[in-house]
Ligand binder design. Sequence first.
Ligand code: HGY
Ligand code: MN
Ligand code: MN
Ligand code: MN
Length: 399
Amino acid sequence: MSFEEMWAALLPIGRDDATGGYDRFAWTPPELECRAWFLDEARRRDLEVEHDANGNMFAWWYPDGVPREGAVLTGSHLDSVPGGGAFDGPLGIVSAFAAVDLMRERGVTPRRPIGIGAFAEEEGARFGVACLGSRLLAGAIDPARARGLTDADGHTFAEVLHNAGIDPDGIGPDADLLRRVGCYVELHVEQGRALTEPVGVASAIVPHGRWRFAFAGEGNHAGTTGLPDRRDPMLPFAAMVIAAREAAERNGTVATVGKVRVVPGGVNAIASSVTGWLDARGPADDAVRRTVAEVDEAARVAARPHRVSVELAEESYSEVVDFDHGLRDRMVETLGGAPVLPTGAGHDAGILSARVPSAMLFVRNPTGVSHAPAESAEPADCLAGVDALAAVLNDLAQG
Ligand code: HGY
Ligand code: MN
Ligand code: MN
Ligand code: MN
């Protein structure tokens, strides 16, 4: 299957034809269909499939006579944010299969195994923690905490794993698998519009995290409850949203409140609780931490007069990732020069970089939009990405 054919097969899976967006949440039907697609493509190429204990999938090319160690791993993720674009995640996986095809067409015989990974729940759209699969693999999250994570319907991660045929008690760091990996190179659609060339190389991932603000008040009738008697959690939530923008402007960060859950959510009922999630990112740790602290302070000041309680919980946080310079520079050389740029988006490569030398390739996105249906990459640039990935994998797999 060519790149175009693979892309055409994947594109309709879970697509909302009205918006062009995707809701491919981990272990829901559209993502399971994408998983099946991954396994088909792996088998079509006689790649050896491996399911790790954390819900991640791997397709391995083990050339005859080559020791099963020091593998060059590539890949990305299949899941999406709500209403996500088509490229964030899948482009890295389709490009990986296409790069293996290209290497084989060119008669390349790698001296190291080559792997393609599909990491689970990278967006954290279902269970709230970004890069959950790679965090578990890398030992970057407590397995007991992970088991207890719940989705919007109250299903725990443990239940969902069990229903997927995975033993929830088996999740956790996999030193053996990581020992077999020499390096990890992830190709990803650019999430921004800095690239003026088809392909770029990542230098760093900025510090970023997500925090949950839970506001608890008192549910009551919208029509019969006088203002002095109200304990309306929506009001400090509203203050939090504005404070996020103002704190970001003060601290040179970006802060977003894109998700809110209101209980009970009736037009004619004062909410009993409002939960809002803050995503904050920035050039430096302390600026991000200050942003969150200022939002927290503003929310608490706003909550007090309404006798609303505020609970703040950090769901996930990633410090700055400075990608392996040796690997990065070697890739730039292999490509005969390429733009090197930081990213404000988190990736499995960022998590894995704590355990194995990791790097990223970006494919130009003319709209610069991501996490939305307008996310895009031109076909010619996608093929340039495949070419670049094949060249980088070939170089790294030669010894
Ligand atoms: O949220 C992110 O930055 C990434 O796209 N998961
Ligand atoms: Mn994403
Ligand atoms: Mn991604
Ligand atoms: Mn550096």
